[in-house]
Design a protein. Structure first.
Length: 505
């Protein structure tokens, strides 16, 4: 086996290979392509028509988003307004129309500044999401029947969220220059379409997807600013700065990391400081609500409490979640520094967000949106992606059928508690399965779909092709090929990193 090279010997820019076609390397993608005429042939004239991969991905994303809106029609017509369980039996629930009145938008109250009359004293969302909600209320007529205004508010938000969905799909398609078709994983993801208009999560997801694109292009300040804005819209995006720190440590890219960090902190402060100083009580509601919230739907803590019939208090859940997350971060850091080849940024971004989801004390069904674009970049294999999506769709149906059961009284329509436990288990196991596939790719780089094509880290930006300056354990030694692996593998150290056609021992 050749000695361990620097990653720059396998950069795509060395030999400018062609665009990767999933139908030629992925059996599931090839089988699915039969619906539209079969895999692309070797004589196909790509890039010579208007139908570029990115445009196709964008149009498919719009089509799937529209289908998700159609799925909400039973609620749009009646389920949100008449009968407690209809929105659950039709699996078409959305927070958006309910919070139009419940968070004071129907009455013209200003988020964070005006106290709400109900149990929630102030809006419990981060500032940038609150701005998004407020802008949608400005576009909603202020007069007329409340039901009609709630319907319009949902429709306005759906239009704005559709823009976010297209941004996510396009940014994912463009992040890996040679793999634009991987954006179809996002565009066609069933759980993405089903959960897109439940809440406002797509805003943060879109900002983080744009940040990943900026980092892949070496625009570190723009990356930091977008991460800061994403964190101002939702809590989780800042997590990607953790594994990026370790990657930059291993590659010695401290200046770039510092620039990104300053951009993130500056953008977050720019959004938050005005509200923080002018309406401190309203601004802090998101953080106090997150801390005081008890064990809730979909979490591993709810699963354990019901499986073992024990009570887990919110304080216990907070402490356990923090401890588990710290261990996950330490594990990811250790893996980053000891892996035989420096992990790809997208792989670690997926793992850190998945760890946060798995250890959180609540899992709302729309949280799957956080992972979809990261999963498409970390593990662009259709089989594994669809297995995970099937588990998430099962959970999506499970939670609504369970709520239908609990709100239908003696009729008991829906899924009982034991069935909901199975749905939670499906979500947890599906996410763990995809995490395991990503971890295997990190320790056995020849199994990584992206790297088998000869790339180093196409989402890595300044990390792509950068030599290591610090590593631990087995990292300085040549990578070990997977046992019993059939098919071509990359000869690390070959200048062009072409598949050799050999099989591993």
């Amino acid at each position: 086996m050749s000695p361990m090279p620097s990653a720059e010997t396998t950069r795509a820019s060395v030999h400018e290979p062609d665009t990767v076609r999933p139908t030629r390397e992925d059996e599931v993608a090839a089988a699915g392509s039969e619906l539209i005429g079969g895999p692309i042939g070797r004589r196909a004239l790509l890039g010579t028509s208007w139908w570029t991969p990115v445009r196709v991905v964008a149009l498919v994303a719009i089509g799937m988003f529209a289908l998700g809106m159609v799925q909400k029609l039973p609620c749009y017509d009646s389920g949100w307004f008449f009968g407690a369980s209809a929105q659950y039996t039709h699996a078409c629930y959305s927070d958006i129309p309910h919070l139009y009145q419940g968070r004071g938008f129907a009455d013209g109250l200003v988020p964070y500044f005006d106290r709400l009359p109900g149990d929630m004293s102030y809006l419990e969302y981060p500032v940038l999401t609150g701005v998004f909600m407020e802008v949608a209320s400005w576009l909603t007529p202020g007069s007329g029947a409340l039901q009609s205004r709630e319907q319009t508010y949902w429709m306005v938000n759906a239009g704005m969220l559709m823009v976010c969905a297209v941004v996510i799909a396009v940014c994912t398609a463009r992040t890996h220059r040679r793999r634009p078709w991987d954006g179809l994983l996002v565009a066609l993801a069933p759980a993405f379409a089903l959960t897109a208009t439940i809440n406002w999560d797509l805003l943060a997801v879109a900002l983080l997807a744009a940040a990943m694109l900026m980092w892949s292009r070496g625009r570190v300040l723009a990356f930091g600013v977008l991460v800061g804005l994403a964190t101002a819209a939702k809590f989780y995006p800042f997590l990607v700065l953790g594994p990026l720190l370790v990657l930059c440590w291993r590659a010695g890219r401290w200046r770039e990391y510092g620039t990104a960090l300053l951009g993130a902190v500056g953008a977050w402060l720019l959004v938050n400081l005005p509200v923080m100083f002018l309406a401190p009580e309203g601004w802090s509601k998101f953080y106090s609500f997150s801390r005081e919230r008890g064990v809730d739907f979909g979490s591993v803590f709810l699963f354990i409490s019901r499986w073992f019939n024990i009570e887990i208090t919110k304080d216990t859940a907070n402490i356990c979640a923090m401890i588990l997350m710290v261990f996950a971060c330490l594990g990811i850091a250790a893996m980053t520094l000891t892996a035989p080849r420096r992990p790809r940024f997208a792989q670690l971004a997926f793992l850190i967000v998945a760890a946060f989801i798995l250890t959180n004390k609540v899992y709302s069904p729309q949280y799957v949106l956080w992972l979809v674009p990261l999963a498409a970049l970390a593990r662009p294999r259709w089989r594994d992606f669809l297995i995970w999506q099937a588990c998430e769709v099962a959970y999506f149906l499970g939670i609504w059928m369970y709520l239908a059961y609990t709100t239908s009284g003696d009729a008991h329509k829906g899924l009982p508690t034991d069935g909901y436990q199975v749905a939670i288990a499906a979500h947890l196991l599906g996410t763990l399965f995809l995490c395991a596939m990503v971890v295997r790719d990190i320790f056995m780089p020849e199994r990584d779909t992206v790297r088998r094509a000869g790339d180093d880290d196409p989402s890595g930006g300044v990390l792509d092709g950068a030599p290591d300056v610090f590593a631990l354990g087995a990292a300085p030694r040549p990578p070990r090929h997977a046992a019993h692996f059939e098919g071509p593998h990359v000869e690390w150290g070959s200048p062009a990193a072409e598949p050799t056609g050999k099989s591993s021992p």
